[in-house]
Design a protein around this ligand. Sequence first.
Ligand code: GDP
Ligand code: IMO
Ligand code: MG
Length: 427
Amino acid sequence: MPALVLLGAQWGDEGKGKATDLLGGSVDYVVRYQGGNNAGHTVVVGDQKYALHLLPSGILSPGCTPVIGNGVVVDPSVLFSELSGLNERGVDTSKLLISGNAHIITPYNVTVDKVTERFLGKRKIGTTGRGIGPTYADKINRMGIRVQDLYDESILTQKVEAALDVKNQMLTKFYNRRAIATDQVVGELLGYAEKLRPYVADTVLVLNQALEQDKVVLFEGGQGTLLDIDHGTYPFVTSSNPTAGGACTGAGVGPTKISRVIGILKAYTTRVGAGPFPTELFDEDGEALRRIGGERGVTTGRDRRCGWFDAVIARYATRVNGLTDFFLTKLDVLTGWEQIPVCVAYEIDGKRVEELPYSQTDFHHAKPVYEMLPGWSEDITGAKSFSDLPKNAQAYVKALEEMSGAPISAIGVGPGRDETIQINSFL
Ligand code: GDP
Ligand code: IMO
Ligand code: MG
C-alpha cells in the first residue's frame, strides 16, 4: 500500500487533524507538504485535546514518523514552542524529520504580513498574520531562507541582507516602520541551528525509500481546496497548494506513488477570513451552526463564517484533486433541524450553473439554489455503523455522496477518535 493524500475539500477546518490522527496508528509516516503554522488541527484523544499548527497530526501516534516536507514554511520559534508543549504532555517528538529545503518564516516575513494587511484595510485577505504569504513570496522571488542556510553563516548573512535591503526600503519609506537589522535576524536564526540539527534530513530520500519498502505514507494537507493559490477563490486564498498535486511537489514524491486521495468534507460549510462564500448564513441558523459546531478558529480564535453544505464546491474538489473518497465530518452538528438546505447549483445573473464558475466576478454573484432534505432529531454521536444512523441521516449522507462525485467512506459523528463510522477502509 503506497501513499495516501488527506486534504481539505472546502475552505479548511474540515476536521483534517482528527482524520489524520485516526489513520496515524496504521501508517508509517505522516507528512505535511505545504502551509505552515497558519493551520490549526484539533485532535481529541480520550479526554485530551491537542491543537497542532505546524507539526503533522501523526506526531501523536507513537509508531509513526512525522515529516515536515520541503513545501512547508517553518517558523522555528513556533516549532520549538509546539514541540516543548507536546513534550510537557508526555508526547515523544524525537522522530520528527524536517526537510533542509523547507523555507524559514523569518521575523521580517511576519512583520510584512501584518503591515500589508493593515494597509489593505477593508480590502484585506484576513490572513492569519503568521508570515505565510511573504515567506512564499520570497521563495518564488528566490530570496528565501531555507533550513539548510542556518548551517552556513556567511550564506545566511548574505541572503538575509539581500532580503532586508528591499524590505527595509518598503518598511521605512512606505509603511513608516523601523528598519530591521540584518545581524539581529541572523543572530536569532543561528540560535535555532543546533536545536534544529537532529531533525534535519533529506526527507525526499527518506520518503521514497520508505515507499520502495512498501511503508505507508500519509500526506496531511493544511487549509483546503478553495484556499489553494491556483485552484481556490483567488485572491482570498493562502499562498500554497493544499490540493493533491501539492503533495508531490511539497514532498518530492511522484504522482504514480499516490493511490488514494481522501477529501475531508464538513457536513456544512465554514470559512475564516475574507472572500466569497455563496451559502453563508447571516441568521440564527448560521449562529446555531457556529455554536453547536464550536466554529471558532484554532489558530486565530476568530469566529468562523458558517453556511449550508455546498455540493458545487464538493464536486469541484473531487475534480481538481482526483478524490477517491470523502470523509464526511460533523454530521452530528446537523441533528435537530427539521429540514436541511443543501446547495445543489448556483444562480448567476438569472442562469442556473451546475459547476464552479471559473470567473471571480461570476463567483461573487453566485446565489445558492437549495434543495431541502429532511432532518433528524435522534442523537447520533454513539452511532458505530451506517445502519445505526436514523433513516433521514442516512439519506442526507447518500444525497451528498451522489452530488459530490466520490464515495463517502467515513463519517464523523463527534470529535473523538472513536466517534467515526468507517464504511470503506482507507488502507
Ligand atoms: P482541521 O483544521 O481540518 O484539522 O479542523 P479544525 O481542527 O480546525 O476544526 C475541526 C473541529 O471539529 C475541531 O474542533 C474538531 O475536534 C472537530 N471535529 C472533527 N470531526 C468532528 C465530528 O465529526 N463531529 C464533531 N462534533 N466535531 C468534530
Ligand atoms: P487549517 O489547516 C481555515 C485562511 C485565512 C485567510 C487565508 C490566507 O486549520 O484548515 P494565510 O495566513 O494562510 O496567508 O491566510 O487563508 N486560512 C485558513 N482558514 N483553516 C486554515 O487552516 C487556514 N489557514 C489559512 O483565514 O483567509
Ligand atoms: Mg483548522
